[in-house]
Every structure is written in structure tokens, then in C-alpha cells.
Design a binder for this molecule. Structure first.
Ligand code: N7H
Length: 472
């Protein structure tokens, strides 16, 4: 029997990015009094926006860290059925090495989520059509926190840059689509089994995901869904997803100034056309979003949303879109071993997809002063991306993309090229190779343009599971 998605139980952010709700903020909370917090949670569960219908005015979603879930009293035996990454968290020394969170990105320096900052138990995510509406919703919640045993550790604001991010590129184009939701126009490469993003469903291996399940006796009120797969248990994980949250600071000024220096004319003057092309080669798409694969020499806004392509058949050597460009390494599509260009290669890629749900923060940078005024990152105003992504297996999806593709200097036959935009570059910088005929070009001493200033792994439960937590 087909396992249809239970949209009423799935939190809305897993189903859609709420593109129509332009204002958003993230409230990082600590639970001081679990008893009071559970009463509050019980009311909140009724106000959670589900995946059923697209909200027009506002949306509210919630996710918990492992410490938060434990504080609410989930049976220890059940709590330990979560994945190891979620249990141990994003900021362990092992994970920092794996994710490249070292030097200025080390959790020791983070403003939240690190070993020296206040514990985060949950994140309340608010969306609204505009800032005024968001301020109203926020006020309603924040006024109630203290009496409900909660402490607001941090309010993370967002900014609406339209469909652009701070470096000036169109973002939010390429997303995987849960198979049961996908429309005819979705490319088969992007149609992904529900179990890659939702616990309790079959994944791209044809297996039900790992997740916390319990004996029916532990759910006397019958709140939780039945576990599929015939065990007779009830499923705490079903319809939930792991939420990876990383606050990524972008050094926009140094990004463009570095590219400006690298493309100057022999007389020392700037060359805006070459600078723009190099920036686009670094990203793998032009500012409009047009893929370099399809239009390698100039931007073409008609291709702004083009996404139905694979690399290997058209551009096996990276002469259109460099092999190490951000988008080509974050989703290599059909380029993977053992047989690039094959159905098997695409099938492997489907096991490493993430649903990106981030939003920008910090003021847009003044274009007029971008190249003319020099400021260190510490002197500049902070701006960046609240990178949020959802996946059912943090280690096989987000961490794999970050470690094995983005941060890997030897990705796909490269020699010393970590991701030119978000990669961890050593203190003497990294290289970026632009494959070309007859000879490739090489950019050297790339500094780090993106650093991590906070982060945590959360679990975004199904709405029935929130009711269960509230009733513990
Ligand atoms: Fe990336 N950027 O503006 O340069 N990203 N990203 N990303 N990213 C993408 O296709 C960017 C980050 C992915 O399927 C685009 O939607 C910036 C992390 C993936 O073809 C642009 C930051 C991770 C894709 C950017 C950042 C990823 C993708 C093109 C940090 C995962 C889809 C627009 C500040 C570990 C690739 C689009 C595909 C696309 C940028 C972070 C992953 C413009 C500035 C941390 C999977």
C-alpha cells in the first residue's frame, strides 16, 4: 500500500519555504521550567502551521535540540534512538573538524550554540507577510515566555533581499522535491523519496528511516501514528525531520575586492565584465541565476530559473561550469563515480540531497562603496545567511555535502580546491581552478569569505509528536 504523506501532521517548513511570507525571525529558547513549558507547548501545538495548505498571512514552526527534548521528559530509551549527530550536537570537537568549523569558525567563537554560550533547547520560527505583522506575532509570544518557563536566549532577525543573497546572486532555485508532492515539470533527478526528508517513510535505499519508535503502552492516549513496516510500535519520529541551522557570516566586501584585484587590467584599472564572469564561475550561476553550464560567456536572465540539466554529458571537463564551482560541488548531479553520466551516478546523488530553507540577515551592502572602501570584517556590519536545511539523515545528507563535496580539496579530481565561496581555506588560502582549453586558469590565495558564527542541530517533530511531548 502506498504510504501517503500525512500533510496535516507535517510542519509546514518541511513542505514549503513560505516564499510569500517575506518577514521571518528565529527565537532561540531555553526551557527553565519543563512543567510550565509543556503547558505552553500544548497550546502551541494547536497553532503550528502544518504542510496542508499554503499560509497567506503567517506561519509558526518549532524544533528542539536533544537537550530540549530530554528536558521535556522523553523516555531515555526513546531519546537515544535519535541519530548520533543529533544527540551529540553540532559543536563537538570531532564534528568541528568534519564540518570545517575551525579557526574563526570554531564553536569557541560562536555567539550561540557553542560550548561557552547559553544552552539552546528549542527554536521557534515565525513567518509573516510583512514586518509589522511579524512584530505583532513576535510580541504575542515573547510576552508569554517568562510565565511559561522559557527564556529567550536570542532573537535572530532576517532581511528580505528579494530572490538575491548578499553576494548578489539569485538563490533558492534548485531544490529537491518530495516524490509524492512533485509536479510533472520536476526533473526526475529532483524527485526524491519522502524518507530522505521525513522520518518514518521509505528513503532512497527503499528502507524505512531510522527513528525513535516506542511500544504502544507508552502512548496510552494513542496520540502518535502507528509505525509503518509492521513492528506494531508507535512512531515518535514519523512526519518529523532534522533541521540543520547554521548562522553563516558573509564577508561581501572582501569577496568582491578579491575578485576585483584578480581581474584587473594590466594598467591597474578594474575590469567589471571579467570580474562578474569570475564571480559567476565561482558560484556556477550568473547573478540572474542562469547556469554557466548553459550560458558560459554571458548572463541570460531568460535562464534565471533553469534547473533541468546535468553536468557530465554536456560539460565533462568543466569548461563551461568549473568542476569546483559552488553549485556543481554542492549537487554534482550526474558527475559522480563509479560511472559519471549514468543512471547509477544520479541514483547516488539522490542520497545526498538537502531541502534548503535559509533566509538572509543584516543590511544589504551599499554597492557604491563596495569596491572603493576597505574595511576588515570586524569593522563592517554583520550580514550573512541563516542557513537552514532539512534532512532525515544529518550524517549522510548535510554533513556529507559539507565534508565530502564542499570542503574536500580533492573533490572530483581537483588538487587543492575547497569550495571557493563557503569552503574552509587554510591561513595561506586555497586555490580555485577554472578548467579551459587549451590551458586551465588558477586563482590562488583565496581567503575565507564565509564563516560560521553559530549553529545547532534540531529535530522538527510531527504535530502529533509535539502533542505527545507536551503531554509527558
Ligand atoms: Fe549554497 N551563493 O550565494 O553563492 N548556493 N550557498 N550552500 N547551495 C546555491 O541553486 C550560497 C551553502 C547548496 O542543486 C546557489 O538555489 C551562499 C551551504 C546546494 O544545483 C547560490 C552560502 C550548503 C545548492 C548559493 C551558501 C549549500 C546551493 C544557487 C553561504 C550546504 C543547490 C542558487 C553563505 C552545505 C545546488 C540555487 C544545485 C545553491 C550561495 C551555503 C548547498 C547562489 C552565499 C552551507 C545543495
Amino acid at each position: 500500500m502506498a504510504d501517503t504523506l500525512d500533510l496535516q501532521d507535517i510542519q509546514g517548513l518541511i513542505i514549503r519555504g513560505y516564499g510569500n511570507l517575506r518577514a521571518a525571525c528565529y527565537l532561540l529558547l531555553e526551557i527553565n521550567s519543563p512543567a510550565a513549558a509543556k503547558l505552553w507547548l500544548s497550546a502551541l501545538a494547536n497553532a503550528i502551521t502544518s504542510g496542508q495548505a499554503k499560509p497567506e498571512e503567517k506561519a509558526v514552526n518549532v524544533a528542539f535540540t536533544y537537550t530540549g527534548i530530554k528536558k521535556l521528559g522523553l523516555e531515555p530509551a526513546l531519546a537515544t534512538m535519535f541519530s548520533n549527530e543529533f544527540i551529540t550536537g553540532m559543536a563537538t570537537p570531532h564534528r568541528s573538524l568534519l564540518l570545517g568549523d575551525v579557526e574563526e569558525s570554531s564553536p569557541m567563537q560562536w555567539s550561540w550554540g557553542g560550548p561557552d554560550t547559553k544552552p539552546i533547547d528549542m527554536v521557534l520560527i515565525l513567518f509573516a507577510v510583512n514586518d509589522t505583522k511579524l512584530a505583532d506575532i513576535y510580541k504575542g509570544y515573547t510576552n508569554e515566555f517568562t510565565t511559561n518557563g522559557l527564556l529567550e536566549i536570542l532573537k535572530l532577525e532576517t532581511v528580505d533581499l528579494g530572490d538575491k543573497e548578499h553576494f548578489g546572486f539569485h538563490d533558492g532555485i534548485s531544490q529537491p522535491m518530495i516524490e509524492d508532492l512533485s509536479q510533472a515539470k520536476t526533473s526526475p533527478m529532483d524527485r526524491i523519496k519522502a524518507g530522505e526528508f521525513l522520518l518514518g517513510y521509505p528513503n532512497e535505499y527503499g528502507l524505512y528511516t531510522d527513528r525513535p519508535v516506542l511500544k504502544p503502552a507508552l502512548d496510552p492516549k494513542g496520540l502518535l501514528p502507528r509505525a509503518r513496516g509492521g513492528s506494531g510500535n508507535v512512531d515518535f519520529g514519523r512526519n518529523g525531520s532534522y533541521l540543520v541551522f547554521r548562522q553563516l557570516r558573509q564577508d561581501v566586501r572582501s569577496f568582491w575586492q578579491f575578485l576585483d584585484e584578480a581581474t584587473k587590467n594590466p594598467d591597474g584599472s578594474s575590469n567589471p565584465a571579467t570580474r562578474l564572469k569570475l564571480a559567476s564561475q565561482v558560484v556556477g550561476r550568473w547573478p540572474s541565476g542562469a547556469p554557466l553550464l548553459q550560458t558560459p560567456d554571458q548572463d541570460d536572465p531568460r535562464l534565471a530559473d533553469a534547473n533541468n540539466f546535468a553536468y557530465y554529458q554536456t560539460d565533462p571537463y568543466g569548461c563551461n561550469c568549473p568542476i569546483g564551482a559552488h553549485v556543481r560541488r554542492a549537487n554534482p548531479r550526474d558527475s559522480l563515480d563509479p560511472e559519471p553520466g549514468s543512471a547509477q551516478s544520479i541514483a547516488i546523488g539522490k542520497r545526498h540531497r538537502i531541502l534548503r530553507r535559509g533566509r538572509e540577515y543584516g543590511p544589504p551592502i551599499d554597492q557604491a562603496e563596495l569596491l572603493s572602501i576597505k574595511k576588515t570584517i570586524a569593522e563592517d556590519q554583520e550580514r550573512g545567511l541563516h542557513f537552514l536545511c532539512l534532512n532525515a539523515n544529518i550524517s549522510r545528507q548535510f554533513e556529507f555535502v559539507q565534508h565530502t563535496w564542499v570542503n574536500n580539496p580533492h573533490f572530483n579530481g581537483l588538487y587543492d580546491d575547497a569550495d571557493p565561496i563557503i569552503g574552509t581555506h587554510s591561513s595561506d588560502g586555497s586555490t580555485f581552478t577554472i578548467q579551459a582549453q587549451p590551458v586551465r586558469k588558477r586563482l590562488t590565495s583565496l581567503p575565507r569569505f564565509v564563516s560560521v558564527v553559530g549553529g545547532a542541530y534540531f529535530f522538527m517533530p510531527g504535530i502529533k509528536a509535539i502533542h505527545y511531548l507536551a503531554g509527558l
